[in-house]
Design a protein around this ligand. Structure first.
Ligand SMILES: Cc1cc2nc3c(=O)[nH]c(=O)nc-3n(C[C@H](O)[C@H](O)[C@H](O)COP(=O)(O)OP(=O)(O)OC[C@H]3O[C@@H](n4cnc5c(N)ncnc54)[C@H](O)[C@@H]3O)c2cc1C
Length: 319
């Protein structure tokens, strides 16, 4: 049996969670799912339709938002009860963090960024995983009585609903130390109100945008396209935009239908976060910029000229 820990943000399911359930079902017909936090009540019904036997909901009065160690403790309590052969998560920042706590507490290895997983009967498992920001794929053997692995986001396709599992609620035993790291406040939601991971269109800016005020035209285009704003690390390092908008190896990994890269050179660390976009449009003054090797369409020119024209044309097309 495999246990999948899903990632949700105050009751909004991260879309890659269903990918992890589908990935687990491809390995074993017996899959249980864990959701932590009372807000998870909003998603357990939906999750129960994706083929899991039981969706376990861990609810505790002190867990009102993402609480990584408490989530790991809830998982450990469940692991000791249901004895899975593997615990899998979706490789979002929250998913990776919870699994890393489980690995540290159990003193077991954890394999992150997995593209393929093969469970061994003898405690030796094989994984294929991204290394160096996706530039190489590593085949590795993991020696562990309990495989702890995170799927790379979008490595597995989410299958459609296939059944109806049962829902079981429990209250994990938590100590004060388990609650020491928790979210107290949230600031700086995306300006367009569309989150990076769920956005179907992303308008992303790099150093070529020139400064924080240069993002006004990107925001205008984003609001016309119902898109989220993304950016490169240079932009966040310069303090032009918040880190939550950074795309890449050390930012968010995205896979929208359309990624519009404005003034972004296409360093490997940036491409690691957006290479699975269905269509990439690059707007850049340099026809030889590395991003051209990944772009499906390129507009060679100054974004300060091109974007106002694109905004005007998009607005006209919507009227
Ligand atoms: C360990 C590590 C992790 C990293 N993680 C990340 C990450 O997660 N995400 C990330 O993005 N980077 C990451 N980086 C940094 C990365 O290596 C690059 O430095 C960064 O992506 C470059 O950002 P940029 O493309 O905005 O800037 P630049 O490389 O300076 O490119 C700017 C581009 O804008 C173009 N341009 C300039 N003016 C205009 C204009 N007026 N109109 C149109 N085009 C114009 C230029 O031709 C150029 O191609 C990481 C680096 C390291 C070492």
């Amino acid at each position: 049996m495999i246990l999948v820990i899903v990632d949700h943000d105050r009751g909004v399911l991260d879309p890659t969670s269903v990918q992890a359930i589908s990935g687990a079902l491809a390995l074993d017909s017996e899959v249980d799912v864990l959701v932590v936090g009372a807000a998870g009540r909003d998603v357990v019904g939906e999750l129960a339709s994706f083929g899991a036997n039981t969706v376990h909901l861990a609810v505790h009065d002190s867990v009102t938002d993402f609480t990584p160690v408490a989530s790991a403790r809830a998982a450990l309590e469940l692991i000791s009860r249901v004895s899975p052969a593997a615990v899998l998560v979706t490789g979002t920042p929250r998913g990776n963090e919870v699994l890393a706590h489980i690995a540290a507490i159990l003193d077991l290895p954890m394999a992150a960024e997995c593209l393929e997983i093969a469970l061994g009967n003898d405690g030796v498992h094989q994984v294929v995983r991204n290394r160096w920001g996706g530039n190489i794929m590593e085949t590795a053997r993991v020696h562990s009585t309990l495989l702890l692995a995170a799927f790379a986001p979008h490595a597995v396709r989410a299958e459609s609903a296939v059944g109806t599992g049962t829902i079981a609620e429990f209250t994990p035993a938590l100590s004060d130390a388990d609650l020491a790291v928790r979210i107290l406040d949230r600031v700086g939601e995306g300006a367009t109100g569309v989150g990076l991971t769920e956005a179907r269109v992303i308008v992303s800016g790099g150093r070529g945008v020139g400064g924080p005020e240069g993002f006004a035209i990107l925001e205008e285009l984003a609001s016309l396209l119902d898109a989220a704003i993304g950016c490169s690390r240079v932009v966040t390092s310069n303090g032009w935009r918040p880190h939550s908008e950074q795309v890449g190896q050390t930012g968010t990994k995205v896979a929208p239908d359309l990624y519009i890269a404005c003034g972004i050179s296409g360093a490997t660390q940036h491409i690691a976060g957006c290479r699975t976009s269905k269509t990439i449009i690059a707007i850049n003054t340099d026809k030889d910029a590395p991003i051209m090797g990944y772009a499906h369409y390129a507009v060679i020119g100054d974004l300060h000229t091109i974007l106002p024209e694109l905004v005007a044309a998009t607005r006209a097309a919507k009227e």
